[in-house]
Design a protein around this ligand. Structure first.
Ligand SMILES: *Cc1c(COP(=O)(O)O)cnc(C)c1O
Length: 383
């Protein structure tokens, strides 16, 4: 059966893949040759633009694109920058993606120290300083910026300050925040920042990218990878040597879509403007949900504009009917919106994203369907 591709069945209120613009999707309409200049020029332009939107001096910083989803990018950075014998990484954990970095270094058998706090808490300067004072073997610090598990934003400034003071290499998983939240790469002296095509740049899934200091890439990562295909330095060298060439087959259609997405980000007014739109989306969402009787899991001061976790109420707000995620999800899907199940440990919750090709009117529209779900007498299960 052929689908009608002109009809969009629903918007994704999820943190990636997310809803993209029709023009980003149509950029994938033709096939490219990976060693032809037309294609390689697009790749090089992407690399230039990534440095430009993050305000990075191209003489100091560089970018590497890496096949695979975001995790491949994180694994590539950890596996390439950490030395098996001489190095040890401190990983800050308050959710699934921090834990995933621990899984990566466990698998690669790299020395690591973990500093873990509750999923609705972030790390303080003193906590991390304490660990650094005790564990002298630490050479790298790795953290997640927006922990997509909950939507909490972990402040980069205090950790960046410590990384600088203690001279540690600083790695940031900014997967779900880069492009949607302003990040001062240079001011924070971030050594490696990782993000992917299908998050706030609003492209489609297929590759991750790393923005990093040239000096760190060339000194730490050369001949240090634990995997052939995830060798960050090897990929960079190829992209530099043969301007815009990836080492192995690249996701050509995804690359074209990403290039278009970068142009559209610029057209919107850059990261600052996009961040304002996401923030507006998130405010309308959380205020609207609160008015309907749903409580957020993360306190307002730590809430990102990216995704919001709501606690599952016992009963559908204002009624005696039991709240169940599945009928709620299905009802919203049938009305044009896909939401995300929760990921918080020990607490029933669900998540709603505010990123992607989504505008305040979409969120308002979404809220009207949540309201009609609450008022729907037949769909809900009477306890
Ligand atoms: C999406 C995401 C990742 C990568 O997940 P993939 O499924 O591999 O794309 C990593 N970290 C964070 C914070 C994310 O939001």
């Amino acid at each position: 059966m052929l689908r009608d591709y002109n009809k969009i069945p629903y918007l994704l209120l999820t943190p990636g893949p997310l809803s993209t613009s029709p023009s980003v999707r149509s950029a994938m309409w033709y096939d490219s040759c990976t060693w032809d200049d037309d294609y390689k020029n697009i790749v090089s332009d992407i690399r230039r633009r990534l440095l430009h939107i993050s305000d990075c001096d191209p003489s100091m910083y560089t970018t590497v694109l890496m096949q695979g989803s975001g995790t491949f990018g994180v694994e590539s950075v950890l596996g390439s920058s950490i030395h098996k014998k001489n190095d040890c990484v401190l990983i800050l954990v308050n959710g699934v993606y921090g834990k995933r970095m621990v899984d990566i270094v466990d698998t690669l058998e790299l020395c690591h120290v973990v500093c873990e706090v509750d999923e609705n808490q972030s790390f303080t300067y003193d906590q991390v300083k304490d660990v650094l004072d005790k564990a002298k073997e630490i050479t790298h610090i790795a953290m997640v910026h927006c922990e997509t598990t909950t939507g909490i934003i972990n402040a980069l400034e205090p950790i960046a300050k410590l990384a600088h003071a203690y001279q540690k290499h600083f790695i940031v998983d900014a997967m779900s925040s880069f492009g949607g939240v302003e990040i001062d790469m240079t001011g924070l002296s971030i050594d490696f920042l990782i993000s992917s095509a299908n998050k706030c740049i609003q492209g489609v899934p297929g590759f991750s990218f790393v923005i990093c200091k040239k000096e760190k890439l060339t000194t730490l990562c050369k001949d240090n990878a634990k995997s052939l295909s995830l060798d960050l330095y090897g990929q960079w060298r190829e992209m530099e040597k043969d301007a815009g060439k990836w080492r192995y087959t690249s996701p050509t259609h995804v690359v074209l879509a990403f290039h278009q997405a970068l142009l559209e980000l610029e057209e919107e007014g850059g990261i600052a403007a996009r961040s304002r739109r996401y923030t507006m989306n998130q405010h309308i969402l959380s205020n609207g949900m609160r008015a309907l009787g749903f409580e957020s899991y993360i306190s307002t001061d730590l809430q990102s504009p990216i995704i919001t976790t709501f606690l599952e109420p016992e009963r559908i707000p204002g009624t005696l009917k039991k709240f169940l995620f599945k009928p709620f999800y299905t009802y919203l899907k049938n009305h044009g919106f896909v939401i995300y199940p929760g990921k918080v440990a020990h607490t029933n919750s669900f998540r709603i994203g505010s990123i992607g090709h989504l505008f305040p009117k979409d969120i308002t529209n979404f809220l009207s369907h949540v309201k009609s779900f609450i008022e729907e007498p037949t769909l809900s299960i009477v306890s």
